[in-house]
Design a protein around this ligand. Structure first.
Ligand code: SF4
Length: 274
């Protein structure tokens, strides 16, 4: 997967070993092994991808190049250290200003499979702001600056808002901070007031997708290609990053050809929660 070179034969061998180590560590990281759906995935625009995920369906390819995720994880750890070092206890409340990388439960449930929980990058009690860090390429940062964060990131921000609310906080605002991987510091912040309903709608839509997995037609066909073909995609689906993307596939039980030819597409996800 990785392109490796060395100054001589020994260098080449060492480069290969380091690349393999990075790939192995990234593939076996808790985030990669996570099977339950997390707040970052709930707002994915593609129902079919959510369905594959919920069924733990065999993927059509490996996880791809891990380096962007490795760098992103490193950046998150650095920000965690920065805010932990600056954290102070408020004399009046006896509580710290920041909650850094704390796990929150967006939706508690008796059934473990229905729990939605995750680690919230930062909550600032002084301003009631739920923060999320995104390390992105600089052209991607420009896209988010022009077009906003998109449904998936916006949903994720409000889901963490609900998680903080469930943890006893009173969030007032959500904020996504985009930092560019670039030779100079570029930061863009998208923010809006916290809206519980955005999170509740996303959870309702997730439940609607889940309900389709259990209905009679699914059981009767044993999740055959024809059944998968009824699960809608979305014009905003991020197929390039989808583990079930298989260009040219004609069998959805093996992989999905992507949004261009993947069957019924729709815009938004209101149809499933109406
Ligand atoms: S390949 Fe694209 S359309 Fe198919 S499931 Fe994945 S995100 Fe959805």
């Amino acid at each position: 997967m990785a392109k490796t070179t060395g100054s001589d034969e020994t260098g080449e061998t060492l480069a290969r070993r380091i690349a393999d180590l990075i790939i192995d560590a990234a593939t076996n990281s808790p985030r990669s092994l996570q099977k339950r759906i997390g707040p970052s995935e709930v707002g994915d625009p593609c129902d079919r991808r959510l369905a594959y995920k919920l069924l733990d369906w065999p993927t059509a390819r490996d996880d791809g190049d891990p380096i962007a995720s490795v760098i992103g994880t490193g950046f998150h750890s650095w920000m965690e250290e920065v805010f932990t070092a600056r954290n102070k206890v408020d004399q009046e409340t006896g509580r710290t200003r920041y909650k850094v990388e704390e796990r929150v439960t967006v939706r508690p449930h008796q059934l473990a499979a229905l729990i939605v929980a995750g680690s919230s990058d930062l909550y600032d009690r002084a301003t009631g702001t739920v923060w999320d860090w995104k390390l992105v390429g600089h052209t991607t940062l420009d896209k988010y600056r022009r077009e906003g964060p998109g449904t998936q990131y916006r949903t994720q921000a409000h889901l963490y808002g609900l998680g903080q609310e469930n943890a006893g906080e009173t969030p007032e605002r959500v904020a996504i901070c985009f930092v560019a991987r670039y030779h100079e510091l570029r930061v863009h912040v998208w923010t809006e007031p916290y809206q519980r309903q955005v999170a509740l709608d996303a959870l309702a839509r997730l439940d609607a997708v889940r309900a389709r997995l259990d209905d009679d037609s699914a059981q009767a066909t044993d999740y055959a290609h024809t059944w998968w073909a009824q699960i809608p995609t979305d014009s905003k689906a991020k197929c390039r990053f989808c583990p079930w993307f298989k260009p040219g596939s004609t069998d959805l039980t093996v992989g999905c050809p992507g949004v261009q030819s993947a069957g019924p597409a729709r815009h938004g996800f209101e149809s499933l929660i109406a």
